[in-house]
Design a protein around this ligand. Structure first.
Ligand code: HEC
Ligand code: HEC
Ligand code: HEC
Ligand code: HEC
Length: 454
């Protein structure tokens, strides 16, 4: 709801900030979504963010702080866009959130370079070569007395590596003298970051990668958490936004909230170096003037954003139903048979499977009304990506849930002739589904203990 009054108010704030010695406007940053509008919820620890919650929180913070500047570190889309539905949903949601500056990160750069259209928001990239032909990008965004630059470590010849020439160019572009009001949204290597930090040109550097800072510091230090923390504290003013839209990083002027507990696990969920992640959090929360802000709940998301989610869900359902019509034809030739057929001969295996959560994996999707979403169903049923496997709850109820044949391979033939055995390493199957984003706590020994059978 933007009335004429809020425009006037904005103008007043801008002139205050530019004119007097007003302290820098507060900046909020949020992080990469990696192609997901919201977390899957497969593990409570991964349930950290999503566009609905970001938008609900932004509405609140913006109303409390009219001069708030919201920046975003890019990498919104999946590395490979297999399916445009969700990517379009992300684009539309981002346009609604309309951050004040968004970094062209690797994924957006890739999309731009291949001629794709980016969402209509204010993109920033300050290290493009002068002769590079890219669309409508800002080299610098100036707002409420703050200057926002963007840096993407060299991925091709159209991007300049940080050096004294680039610094000279930035200095010439800058119109302010207080470095606290110069913000860089950064994506690149630890070495590049270190050089930029040393130039003392930026008061705040927001890195797009949660653990890169730690990971690139050499093995010894990676293991030595404490020295890493110390090193961060003394030498860097660069901090990373939370993974998967898990919260905000904020600078200046806003009320503090304790760092979210889920953050540590959200970093662990990336499957990246855990001690580095932990160290960066410790350092992060102990340094001024940057702090984490937790996301609120998703109710309070504007209707427009909720509608985008509903549209995407509906599109996924339609696609699922179309696919089901095609897949149902393969059912009569199925190599799968379902767990009930094993029960007589493998009673004890069957009993322990029945007691495990695998046997109720579909219930988890039904509860969330995601049972007609291919992106969820594939890991919660038998053979969804194979011919003759799960179709839907009506046509193939015997292939619902995670069953014996997810791990032991199709067994129709074996069930009538036990001497026939597919050569499948059941132990290797876990990794297909228990991937870090969906099962951050997975560890073979303890997980196998929970479902062990003979
Ligand atoms: C790559 C495979 C994979 C995909 C895709 C997947 N899941 Fe899961 N899901 C899992 C695994 C593995 C677990 C068990 C995690 C654990 O306990 O470590 C799980 C567990 C769950 C649970 C149970 C959580 C609980 O509290 O017990 C829910 C709910 C769930 N998933 C929903 C979804 C939804 C919704 C989607 C789609 C957006 C989805 N899953 C997509 C693998 C997947
Ligand atoms: C008619 C009885 C019968 C049925 C039905 C049956 N099996 Fe078996 N299965 C056997 C026998 C007998 C063996 C060999 C036992 C041994 O060597 O220890 C065996 C061995 C196995 C083994 C271990 C060797 C291998 O092939 O990897 C697995 C795993 C197995 N069955 C899974 C299943 C599953 C899953 C089903 C249901 C889809 C099933 N079986 C249905 C009788 C049966
Ligand atoms: C989540 C994966 C998974 C599921 C589901 C599962 N199993 Fe297994 N199963 C395994 C693994 C792993 C082993 C151990 C293999 C090993 O020790 O190398 C095993 C072992 C077995 C064995 C003993 C094989 C041998 O000779 O060592 C049988 C029989 C068996 N499973 C049957 C079943 C039946 C029947 C079901 C369904 C009712 C089932 N399993 C469900 C993964 C699974
Ligand atoms: C086809 C995908 C798939 C495969 C393969 C798979 N799982 Fe799972 N697993 C799931 C899903 C989905 C859930 C969550 C079910 C639910 O609660 O909805 C789950 C849950 C579990 C749980 C319960 C966790 C809890 O918190 O209670 C354990 C333990 C587990 N899996 C172990 C294994 C092991 C060990 C293997 C390999 C031998 C394996 N799984 C293979 C999909 C899979």
């Amino acid at each position: 709801m933007t009335s004429i009054f809020s425009y006037i108010f904005q103008l007043v704030v801008v002139s205050l900030a530019l004119g007097g010695k007003a302290s820098a406007a507060p900046v909020l940053a949020f992080g990469d979504l990696r192609g997901h509008m919201e977390p899957c919820g497969c593990d409570p620890r991964t349930d950290v963010g999503g566009l609905k919650r970001i938008s609900a929180s932004l509405i609140r913070y913006r109303s409390e702080h009219p001069n708030l500047i919201v920046v975003h570190s890019g990498n919104l889309f999946p590395k490979v866009i297999k399916d445009k539905t969700e990517a379009d949903g992300i684009s539309r949601s981002l346009e609604r959130l309309s951050p004040d500056a968004s970094l062209i990160n690797e994924i957006e750069w890739g999309l731009l370079s291949s001629g794709e259209k980016l969402p209509n928001v204010k993109w920033v990239l300050s290290n493009i070569s002068d002769n590079a032909k890219v669309g409508d990008l800002s080299q610098l965004i100036r707002l409420n007395g703050v200057e926002i630059f963007g840096y993407l470590g060299r991925v091709d010849k159209n991007l300049r590596q940080f050096d004294t020439d680039l610094l000279k160019k930035w200095k010439a572009q800058s119109k302010i003298t207080n470095i606290e009001s110069r913000v860089l949204i950064f994506s690149g290597s630890g070495a590049e970051l270190e050089k930029i930090v040393k130039s003392k040109f930026f008061g705040v550097i927001i890195s797009s990668n949660p653990t890169k800072l730690g990971i690139e510091m050499g093995d010894q230090e990676q293991r030595d958490e404490e020295s890493l923390t110390r090193r961060f504290k003394n030498r860097f003013l660069a901090w990373s936004v939370p993974y998967g839209g898990g919260g905000f990083l904020r600078q200046g002027g806003l009320e503090l909230t304790a760092p979210p507990k889920t953050l540590a696990s959200s970093l662990a969920a990336t499957g990246e170096n855990k001690s580095a992640a932990k160290a960066s959090i410790t350092a992060l929360t102990s340094i001024q003037p940057l702090h984490w802000l937790k996301l609120g709940e998703e109710n309070g998301a504007p209707e427009g954003v909720t509608k985008i989610f509903d549209d995407v869900r509906e599109a996924n359902r339609r696609k699922f139903r179309l696919l089901a019509e095609q897949r149902v034809r393969d059912l009569p030739m199925s190599g799968f048979i379902g767990a009930e057929a094993c029960a007589n001969c493998h009673a004890s295996s069957y009993d322990s499977w029945k007691k495990s959560k695998h046997s109720s994996a579909m219930a988890s999707l039904l509860k969330r009304e995601r049972h007609e979403d291919s992106g969820c169903v594939e890991c919660h049923v038998v053979g969804f990506t194979a011919k003759g496997g799960y179709v839907n709850e009506q046509k193939s109820p015997n292939f619902s849930n995670v069953q014996c044949e997810n791990c032991h391979g199709p067994r129709r033939e074996h069930a009538s002739n036990p001497s026939v055995s597919p050569k499948v390493d059941a132990r290797a199957s876990c990794a297909e589904c228990h991937t870090p984003p969906h099962s951050p706590g997975f560890e073979m020994k303890s997980y196998w203990k929970m479902i062990e059978h003979k």
